[in-house]
Design a protein around this ligand. Structure first.
Ligand SMILES: O=C(O)CCC(=O)C(=O)O
Length: 407
């Protein structure tokens, strides 16, 4: 157990109560409980936390100062931070003991699925099982060469580890920009910040100009995008077949029209038990293809337990997003996942979201007719843009954005 500083004790109170007033009875109650807990753990008896809170800690200003530094979490680490700012402190994090689950994320082999009918049939069955039970799986023999994957991870790492003056030029929260660097897309709305920085690039339907991308990944990102788009199209064909639809059904619905690539960087963390790299969430897209390095930390919720998604050289992780759960009328599962953080690092990952995100379109998505016969439609129709707007405004708060669209 790490030392929990007075500011961090306040962070928990904030999480429990929102922004309590100093005189609130609840605040006094939780202060007492936290103080008793701290002293039981052998820490110095806590001062009156509520007065420390008002005297020394202003959460909104701390967040603003962090954002205005434009240096992200890596900036805190470079400055030698050995205690987390309070707005990163999560409620106690549930960690499964290593041996509690026999379940493993499925691995689907895509070898020869374009040429060999029986291989394709087998892959379709495996995908069906993975999408309906776990919502998460890894793919191997997906056709993207190891050096393309390595170069993409390297490019993202180099950007995050590159000169701060360059990174600051990209720092923005302006969602109209196709290339953005920042830390925590939901910094101002979530109750807890995550220990990661992100370079976001909207690559489809309208890619940025080459010179809009940072030097560090300019060369590789278009090449990587082409491969990921082909793989996404293949997966959507196989999913269509798994659902008993025509191969091109999900493509005709334009589920592969948009691609949004997030280059995440999780710096080593001085107090990894107190925060997360990514809080529990599901993705607001049709599918996500994720490339992760060898550090690990990604976990998926399955039957109320957190399962590791272990790094595997050459494999890519695929998960079902909320919009695919919505149009399949709950046949496929958009599983909740999170990223644990470590003292060692950094960890780099590249998450490829198939979605047109905030692209202006009035096209409505609702449960597919053929999948709403046995079970009536469970969701109302929504545009991708409205879904994303709702998701962004809500932030990651432990609730699924899908609930808002349930009939
Ligand atoms: O970095 C990872 O492994 C997961 C990233 C993720 O969950 C996301 O981008 O939504």
């Amino acid at each position: 157990m790490h030392y929990v500083g007075p500011n961090q004790r306040y962070a928990w109170i904030h999480l429990l109560l929102g922004s309590p007033s100093e005189s609130s009875t609840e605040l006094r109650y939780y202060t007492t409980v936290l103080n008793q807990w701290s002293s039981r753990l052998g820490h110095s008896p806590a001062p009156q936390v509520f007065s420390v809170m008002s005297a020394t800690y202003d959460r909104a200003s701390a967040i603003k100062a962090f954002d205005e530094s434009r240096t992200g979490v890596k900036g805190l680490v470079d400055a030698g931070a050995d205690e987390l700012p309070a707005f990163f402190v999560a409620p106690p994090i549930q960690v499964e003991p290593k041996s509690t689950s026999n379940h493993q994320i499925p691995i689907v082999d895509l070898k020869d699925v374009q040429a060999d009918e029986s291989r394709r049939k087998q892959a379709v069955e495996e995908l069906m099982h993975a999408a309906t039970t776990y919502g998460f799986f890894q793919v191997v023999n997906h056709g993207i060469a190891a050096d393309v994957l390595d170069s993409m991870l390297q490019g993202v790492t180099q950007f995050h580890e590159g000169p701060i003056e360059v990174k600051k030029q990209y720092y923005t929260r302006d969602l109209r920009k196709k290339v953005r660097f920042n830390s925590n897309f939901d910094l101002y709305v979530s109750r807890v910040a995550n220990w990661r920085d992100t370079l976001s690039c909207t690559m489809a339907p309208e890619p940025p100009q080459l010179e809009e991308l940072p030097d560090a990944c300019r060369g590789i990102i278009f090449q990587f995008t082409n491969h990921i788009q082909s793989l996404g199209t293949l997966l959507l064909e196989l999913f269509s077949e798994a659902l008993g639809l025509r191969s091109d059904h999900l493509i005709q619905m334009e589920c592969d029209k948009g691609l949004y690539i997030l280059g995440h960087y999780y710096p080593p963390c001085p107090q990894p038990d107190l925060t997360l790299g990514a809080s529990k969430h599901s993705d607001p897209d049709f599918i996500t293809i994720l490339l992760q390095d060898q550090i690990g930390g990604l976990q998926v919720m399955h039957q109320n337990q957190w399962l590791d998604v272990p790094p595997s050289t050459g494999a890519l992780v695929v998960n079902i997003g909320d919009l695919l759960q919505l149009i399949t009328n709950d046949k496929f599962r958009s599983a909740e996942h999170r990223v644990l953080i470590k003292k060692v690092g950094p960890r780099t990952s590249v998450a490829c979201f198939f979605t047109t995100q905030l692209w202006p379109s009035t096209k409505l998505f609702g449960p597919i007719k053929e999948l709403s016969i046995e079970k009536p439609p469970l969701y109302r129709e929504v545009t991708v843009r409205d879904y994303h707007t709702y998701y962004y405004n809500k932030g990651i708060d432990g609730r699924s954005a899908l609930d808002n669209y349930k009939l």
